[in-house]
Design a protein around this ligand. Structure first.
Ligand code: GLN
Length: 196
């Protein structure tokens, strides 16, 4: 399961946690901050953090266009939380000048759980993963408010709200497996990269 080099977008956010999970799984995982680093990876993780800042930095670091091109070319990408927002084609409650990279035919709402329950934890059934439910941690998390025909929901809360989606080689979760010792999403992602 170590075929291919995995980049973690390291402009902002919890990229170190993703690098640690991937390295722990035996992957060749490297931070990505420059176009030439992006060009050298076979898969990319976009971490949690702050999508508005990540968006700005991606433009400052001249990564926005190369990222969009590689996503359009089929690069496997896994986004958690802010990373899911970056992958969404449509965003509610974005800042006025905020852009995403896009790729997932979904609409997400930023900070969807409001101030009262900004952060919470719950156990989620994720049929695409074998084994017990996923213990999911949501931190100022987005929710998927619309799943377009090209995308597929892969996890929902008890009330039906969608919190994980995939589409081709793209995967996005509202929550943060990288901080709870949950490795199955990353293992799944490494298989997607190996097959791509
Ligand atoms: N609220 C953040 C955003 O809009 C996401 C939070 C997170 O990644 N934990 O980008």
């Amino acid at each position: 399961m170590t075929r291919g080099r995995i980049g973690v977008l390291a402009l902002q956010g919890d990229f170190r946690e993703h690098l640690a999970v991937l390295t722990g799984l035996g992957a060749d995982a490297v931070p990505v901050r420059r176009p030439r680093e992006l060009a050298a990876v076979d898969g990319l993780v976009i971490p949690g953090g702050e999508s508005t800042v990540m968006d700005k930095l991606s433009r400052i670091f001249d990564l926005r266009d190369p990222l969009r091109e590689r996503i359009a070319d089929g690069l496997p990408v896994y986004g958690t939380c802010a990373g899911l927002i970056m992958l969404a084609d449509r965003v509610l409650d974005a800042l006025p000048d905020q852009q995403t990279l896009g790729g997932l035919d979904v609409q997400v709402r930023r900070n969807a759980f409001g101030t009262q329950v900004d952060s919470f934890e719950t156990d989620l059934e994720v049929p695409m993963l074998e084994g017990p439910p996923v213990h999911a941690v949501f931190i100022r998390a987005p929710v998927v408010t619309e799943v377009g025909p090209a995308a597929e929901a892969v996890a929902t809360l008890d009330d039906g709200r969608v919190v994980a989606v995939r589409q081709g080689n793209l995967l996005g979760t509202s929550f943060h497996p990288e901080i709870t010792g949950e490795t199955r999403f990353h293992e799944h992602f490494l298989r997607v990269v190996a097959a791509a």
